[in-house]
Design a protein around this ligand. Sequence first.
Ligand SMILES: [Ca+2]
Length: 212
Amino acid sequence: MAGLALLAGVCCLAEPAETLRLARAPGLPPPGAAVAGALGRPAVRLAGDRARVWLVRVGDTVAVYALVRDPTLTPSDEIVVSVDPAGDAGPAPRHDDFQWRIRRSLDSSVVYRGREGRWAPPRDDPDWRLGAERGGGGWEVSAVETGDGWCLVLRLHAAFFEGEAGRRPRAAFRFYTGEADGWFAWPGERSGAHPSAVEDAPDQWAVTVSSP
Ligand SMILES: [Ca+2]
């Protein structure tokens, strides 16, 4: 029986990760509703296209585009982009892991780094907010209203997506529209857990694959 239980455990651990397509593009369009036409097929689409994500590389930049249909602006509207640059897929955030918790009101956004299994804000200051800044070390954020929602572009230096020791980097996304049914996470949340649980578990994130 112990052998069977062990086998079942191995079976679940071996479940393949989702893949996230990193596309090449001739240029980076400005944020707005038009990105859907400019960038073609999204890498991620959620809840009947209520939320879409594209991951695009141009030169030394990898840009995350997210387009959300959310007509009602609330202070808690947010898009969370989590990246595991080394692709070591820890069960909890590690030192190489980054998380951008971007609010629709950009000033309220927070950038976290993994530290000893948790997400730590800059200088470990729980009151840290982006304020008037729009970037930091190797990243830059912009967002616009689209009429029926908003569009985010997070430009990252390609070093965030180089991987390490043959491992591909991983990433995950989570959206919140301020409504009770407005939580969307990708990859899928752990069964029975809140959609936000996946952003604390790099081993649940999608493996990036570059398309030619
Ligand atoms: Ca909203």
